[in-house]
Design a protein around this ligand. Structure first.
Ligand SMILES: Nc1ncnc2c1ncn2[C@@H]1O[C@H](COP(=O)(O)OP(=O)(O)OP(=O)(O)O)[C@@H](O)[C@H]1O
Ligand SMILES: [Mg+2]
Length: 361
């Protein structure tokens, strides 16, 4: 089976690696020849946004999936008529736009921070008056906290105004003082079966994910609620593949942040930490294979490597540390890799994470 992945970043790279033992050939379509996936997968160099490039790429694979969002939907709808696209267009459509995403949540009764769409200066001022302190975000194309401006008072408005030319416009979201961030990831198979992983608690700094560690710091009832929200989304979208939902925990309540219709950074711990990794599960789902068991094995946490690469030998000297480098040039704020630390119990894991922290840049 040949799976075509739109995008060839680290997610494409890890999908390709997961395909090898299953006999699934992963190919990637990516603009730059030296993208992370190139080291492990045949890479077609081209713009996934170009309908002709897309059609030619699709013709050489059995099923199409993606590791990026913001893809050209009309062109994808055309190729999907002959090559199945999984997850399908409804998932991609909703996840590509923060306002549509919030409307989808609202329609399913999934609570989220108060959010208003903003398309001009007047709308921006009105949203800030209505919401108070807020986070202004581009509706499309943001990642790792890019395209976001916190507005706590008048003085912050000019920076938010600068976001206004963004294609698709903006949203303003109430700025939450959350107790924790969690995410829930799961997959839905071609047959409609759903498998969800234990939730990790996630820590971000400067808008970038730093660590993910299951189980999330919430009562079982709250974790079950998050899993129900994810399952509702999977079903409503007729989703096939992995879906991630990021949530804030505020006073014991869950508020949805955003979703990703693909494998997700907060699921990287599943490579060593779960019976079935998110990458294997995504491939199983999109190729119509049965889903695997998502249970965690022992204690596990994932730490992102951002901006500067650590000394590999020092990382690997930490017991239970598993190093994943993406083959990217170091640059401030760039995700260069991650380390997953495993242990038999939580106390040992905490000690190992403390040891790891001393050798990270
Ligand atoms: N309404 C909010 N109130 C408080 N903090 C927020 C809010 N929205 C986002 N943040 C913080 O900023 C982080 C990044 O925001 P968000 O998930 O919207 O951005 P992103 O650029 O799409 O990130 P990514 O795609 O890397 O997950 C969140 O994980 C959270 O820490
Ligand atoms: Mg996010």
């Amino acid at each position: 089976v040949r799976v075509g992945v739109l995008g060839g970043g680290q997610l494409g790279r890890m999908l390709a690696l997961a395909g090898v033992p299953l006999g699934i050939e992963v190919r990637c379509l990516e603009r730059t020849p030296d993208a992370p996936a190139a080291a492990v997968a045949p890479l077609t160099v081209g713009d996934p946004g170009d309908p002709e490039v897309l059609a030619a790429f699709a013709a050489g694979v059995d099923v199409l999936t993606y590791e990026i969002e913001g893809l050209p939907e009309p062109a994808l709808a055309q190729v999907a008529a002959s090559t199945p696209l999984r997850p399908g267009l409804p998932s991609l459509h909703a996840a590509s736009d923060r306002w549509l995403e919030k409307q989808l949540f609202a329609g399913l009764g999934i609570p989220a921070a108060r959010t208003l769409p903003v398309s001009d200066r007047t709308g921006l001022a009105a949203a800030v008056r209505e919401l108070g302190p807020c986070l202004v975000k581009t509706r499309r194309g943001g990642y790792d906290g890019r395209g976001q401006v916190a507005v706590r008072g008048e003085a912050d408005l000019p920076a938010a105004v600068e976001l206004l030319p963004a294609p698709g416009g903006l949203v303003a979201e109430e700025l939450l003082a959350f107790d924790a961030e969690v995410s829930v990831l799961g997959a839905r198979g071609l047959d409609g079966a759903v498998a969800t992983w234990p939730l990790p608690g996630n820590v971000h700094r400067d808008g970038i994910l730093r660590t993910s560690r299951p189980p999330a710091p919430v009562p079982a009832r709250v974790a079950a609620q998050a899993t129900t929200y994810l399952t509702q989304l999977l079903t409503a979208l007729d989703h096939v593949g992995v879906l991630a939902l990021e949530l804030f925990v505020v006073g014991g309540r869950l508020l949805a942040n955003e979703m990703a219709p693909r494998v997700h950074n907060s699921g990287h711990w599943t490579i060593e930490g779960a019976e079935t990794s998110q990458f294997e599960q995504h491939l199983r789902a999109v190729t119509g294979l049965p889903l695997g068991c998502p249970a965690a094995r022992g204690s596990v946490a994932m730490v992102n490597l951002i901006g500067t690469a650590p000394d590999a030998a020092a990382v690997l000297a930490v017991p239970g540390a598993h190093l994943h480098l993406y083959g990217k040039e170091p640059r401030p704020g760039r995700k260069l890799g991650h380390v997953t630390v495993t242990a038999a119990d939580e106390a040992t894991l905490s000690a190992r994470l403390a040891a790891l922290a001393t050798v990270l840049p």
